[in-house]
Every structure is written in structure tokens, then in C-alpha cells.
Design a protein around this ligand. Sequence first.
Ligand code: MLT
Length: 274
Amino acid sequence: MTEPCEAGTRGARARVGGIEMVYDAMGKGTPLLLVHGFPLDRTLWAPQLRALTRRCRVVAPDLGGFGESTGSAPYSMDRWADDLAALLAALAIDRATIAGISMGGYIAFALWRRHRPRVRALVLASTRASGDAEGTRRRRRDTIALARASGAAAVADAMLPSMLGATTHERRPEVVAAAREMMAHAPVEGIVGASEAMLARPDATPTLATIDVPTLIVAGDEDAIVPLDEARVMHAAIAGSRLEILPRAGHLVNLERPAAFNHVLEELVAQIES
Ligand code: MLT
């Protein structure tokens, strides 16, 4: 495996949108902004930071309210998108490929809506354009109540079975442990604020037909949170998009099948560089 390029910083800090945002920025080349999901942090992208820095300038921030970044509610997809656009500006990055997983995908749609000139290409991983069905809304309200009553570790235990695919649960205990650890350390205020923000987010379906940059859609065929049909709907609606369904991967597809995920992402980068 190629080792990371030395150029870069881990745990750098930028003042954006009234918060202190902590981020890793590694490598040189085509800018790639990695947007984590819920209730996670930038360490989710460790396999991408290791492999993609040979040709990309990879920026992986903690969203406001998560990881080491500061923040206070109310959050929204728009607010996080504005923070990320401000981070790109602070780093003098005019345009970047935006790769968002799950909630990070909801934020990628907001970046596209609000900061289109900054978006060179999109990677939509384990995400959906549609708004929440009633069952999902109930799940979010349960998560808020559980976080307030019992803390992040209880949320991690409740979410872990569905966050990873059956294959990972059976064969990769180290990935299961890493995912649980990340979720168990999420700030309760971040869990509550992000759940409320997801409940309030707009349906991004009308946005899909406006996307005219290279777009890669990635899903794991064992994803228990976002049905595969959501990926197919996005693929059908985004002209020229590419759909990759990775076998033996669940919701955290970049962590569960890192080599396959990195490979398709590198192919997208090669496409936009050519
Ligand atoms: C995520 O991984 O970001 C969440 O599962 C998204 C969601 O609950 O819709």
C-alpha cells in the first residue's frame, strides 16, 4: 500500500462560521473534501487518508458539534455546508470533489445547492436524496431520548448492529470495535442537534436533476440503514452518474471495503483530472 504523503497537518484548526473546526489536511493534488456521517467524526476517513493522499489534497474535518470541533445547536445541513465552504476558502481551495457519506451526503446536497462553484465532483456514499419516512423519524426521536437519558455509549450500542454489514460483524471485529468507539465518543449535544437537523432537512430529490458535475454513487449491498433503491433513484436522476454497489459492505462502506471504495474514488479523480 502507498504510504501517505508527508505534506499536511493532522488536527489543524480553523475559525469558520463561529466555530473552531478541526481537520486533517494531507497530500497534494486534486482537492478532495471528506464529509463524515452521524454520529461519527473525521477518523472515519482513516483508510482514505492513508491511500488517497498520493494524488489528492485530502481534507477531512470534524463537523461542528462532532469530534474535536466546537459548535452548539441548532445545526442544519445548510449551516454545516456553509462551514465547509468557509473551510475550503480558508484553505484557498477554489473547487473540490465533495465526498459525503450518509449525513455527509445530505450536507453534500446542501453544498451543491448553496456553494455550487466550489463543487468539482460529488461522491454520494450510503446516502439518500429523499426525506425521512415516518419510521426513520421515530428512530431519530428515540435516538434523541436515548442520548439524553443514557449518553453516547448507549446510542453506539443501539446503532452498531445496523451501522455495519453482516459480513463485517462476522469477520472484522477490529472494524466493529473502531466504529463503536467513534460513536461512543460523540458529544451528546452533537447527537441531539444532528438528529434534529436531519429531521428538519429538506427532501433533496428536486436537487438531483440539477447536478451536472461528475458524480459517483457508492452503496454497500448489506446496508441496513439506507435501502439500495435510494442509490438507484439517485443514479437514475443524476445524468451521467456512476453507481457502484459494493458487495459484503454495510452502511460504513468506506471503512468496511476500503480498497474497493478507494479504487472507485480514484477512478473518479482520474476522470476529472483527464
Ligand atoms: C449516518 O450514517 O450519517 C446516518 O445513519 C444518517 C441517517 O440516519 O439518515
